[in-house]
Design a binder for this molecule. Structure first.
Ligand code: TEU
Length: 563
């Protein structure tokens, strides 16, 4: 088997297929579109492609609501297309990681149809069914079995007339939660995972996998000042059997296999301490996790009350994760994915003057941390948030449910709600990848399912592939460096300047080689207050053509090495 830490020097690229490349002109990206871009991905130099869901789905949550785990949705293509994608990636020395969404299925999955049909159905216990709260009329407000709140607004329980009971859905009403307490459910999931690995898939990104174990007493969330504490999430996050389930999954799916696989658990709310247990190789659970701490630093009360990021808080958070997983376990490193706004707009400066500099500064700081970096489609081009004109331009169920709840249920001013949605909504990341300056940015010959960012004429792959000072060229160089320099893949990490609100600074060291990484998170010129001897060190990558010692110009990034 390959070294079990092969992913320490790997970089993963996330494809959100719906918005990546459309090969048949229906306005929705598809597998043949991805196949058409394999040379582009090979040129970028990534090692693994994580493909967001392409399984059969009603697309209530853009494919994170699966109705058949063993078939490809016609919108994306066929199983043969997927086989061709696997072969194309493997031929270029790249791996394919599929998205595993098994905390819930679609309500149109045959399993759920059977479960909801009757209280005596053999699959009744494959999902969470409960009667109305005692003393309440079924189907009336307050009768929900717990007071938990969905990630997509409203209760996590939906009343089902057929059997007069409620079913649990932490996400949309069309995403009923599977009951992982039931060994038949677990067996069906492991069997499906083995079916994909036998087909040549190299691993899984596991969607909200830390939510599969719930407190089976289904207690109410604590209520303080009329709010349900944490929306009830403490009762279904990292529940009592989560480590047991992941160790069983590893035993049933990976333990007997030869080869280099990758498992990454997406874990909303996971703490550093829990992540050490999840990613300690000795425990054989997952290789790494996606944690969310640094993604909530600019949330006010909620993501709909955006606040300004403080660099010292970002450094404290990422530094805590670097220190916590230094000896055991492993970090994933990300700014972007299909659920997060574009980092250039969020933490950088999307103006034409500073867009490229802030994008490369953010990339350099992230990629030179200890961990496995994830590049989200379009991030390598410095793509920015989308200026959506009105609610009808949005597609994301999280946005649409929130907007309806805020304006209808709570009577808030639509213009105010729209403004509060703009900075952090998920559709910011879901506009089509901008391939060239042609119609629809080269994404489709048809009508795109969601608007194309109007700045595609300035920001697109074709324009950047022609330049060696582009954001794309910078990402390509960062990826090369991770492949070439052991200090990046394996070195330890020391945070510097924890109280500096402008400069992100840290060192890496490994077998006598030391690396200093400096990033100016502002549009002003600042001095990096580090050991002056570094001014004479060799620059290995920077986003300004010349060096000014330890003086950092707006959004300047530089990495210096000395032995
Ligand atoms: O995301 C889980 C999750 O926690 C996100 O919904 C996140 O909390 C939120 O979007 C940030 O405001 C995973 C998938 O990545 C997401 O696309 C799905 O909608 C969700 O699970 C349900 O499958």
């Amino acid at each position: 088997a390959a070294a079990d830490d092969w992913f320490h020097s790997a970089v993963v690229y996330q494809v959100y297929p719906r918005s990546f490349a459309d090969s048949n002109g229906d306005g929705v990206g598809d597998l043949r579109g991805v196949i058409g871009k394999l040379d582009y991905l090979g040129h970028l130099g990534v090692d693994v492609v994580w493909l967001s869901p392409v399984y059969r789905s009603p697309h209530d949550d853009n494919g994170y609501d699966i109705s058949d785990y063993r078939d490809i949705d016609p919108a994306f293509g066929t199983l043969e297309d997927l086989d061709e994608l696997i072969a194309g990636l493997h031929a270029r020395g790249m791996k394919l990681v599929m998205d595993l969404v098994v905390n819930h299925t679609s309500d149109e999955h045959p399993w759920f149809a059977e479960s909801r049909a009757s209280k005596d159905s053999p699959k009744r216990d494959w999902y969470w069914w409960r009667p109305a709260r005692p003393g309440f009329e079924p189907g009336t407000p307050g009768a929900e079995p717990t007071n938990w709140e969905s990630f997509f607004s409203g209760s996590t329980w939906k009343y089902d007339e057929t059997t007069g009971e409620y079913y649990l859905h932490l996400f949309s009403t069309k995403q009923p939660d599977l009951n992982w307490e039931n060994p038949e459910v677990r067996e069906a999931v492991y069997s499906m995972m083995n079916w994909w690995l036998d087909r040549g898939v190299d691993g899984f990104r596991m969607d909200v996998i830390n939510l599969i174990s719930k407190d089976t007493a289904l207690p109410d969330g604590a209520v303080a000042e009329g709010r349900v504490f944490g929306n009830g999430r403490p009762h279904f996050t990292c529940g009592p059997r989560i480590h047991e389930f992941l160790q069983e999954m590893h035993r049933e799916v990976f333990a007997a296999r030869e080869g280099a696989f990758l498992t990454v658990g997406e874990m909303p709310g996971v703490t550093v301490e829990e992540a050490v247990a999840f990613t300690d190789p000795a425990r054989a659970e997952v290789d790494m996790v996606f944690q969310f701490e640094h993604m909530h630093l600019d949330h006010g009360g909620t993501k709909w009350q955006p606040a300004k990021l403080r660099l010292t808080e970002l450094k404290a958070s990422l530094g805590r994760w670097q220190a916590g997983l230094a000896e055991r376990g492993w970090n994933s490193l990300y700014w972007n994915n299909h659920d997060q706004p574009r980092v250039v707009s969020r933490f950088g400066d999307e103006s034409p003057e500073y867009r490229g500099l802030s994008a490369t500064m953010l990339a350099g700081v992230l990629h030179l941390h200890r961990g496995t970096p994830y590049v989200y489609q379009g991030e390598e081009l410095g793509m920015t948030n989308m200026p959506f004109a009105g609610i009808d331009d949005y597609r994301d169920i999280e946005v649409l449910n929130h907007y309806r709840e805020a304006t209808v249920a709570f009577g808030e001013d639509p213009a105010v709600v729209l403004a509060s949605i703009a900075p952090l909504n998920r559709d910011n990341a879901r506009t089509p990848v901008q391939w060239d300056a042609g119609p629809n940015a080269g994404f489709t010959s048809g009508t795109p399912w969601i608007g194309v960012n109007p700045n595609y004429t300035e920001i697109n792959a074709a324009e950047q592939l022609a330049r060696d000072d582009s954001v794309f060229a910078f990402y390509r160089r960062l990826i090369q460096l991770r492949h070439e320099l052991p200090v990046i893949a394996h070195g330890d990490f020391t945070m510097l300047l924890p109280d500096d609100e402008s400069v992100y600074a840290f060192t890496r060291s490994h077998e006598g080689t030391e690396l200093l990484v400096l990033g100016n998170f502002t549009g002003r010129e600042v001095q990096a207050d580090v050991d002056p001897a570094w001014a004479d060190a060799e620059r290995i990558i920077a986003n300004y053509p010349d060096a000014r010692g330890l003086q950092l110009r707006p959004w300047e990034f530089t990495a210096l090495v000395r032995s």
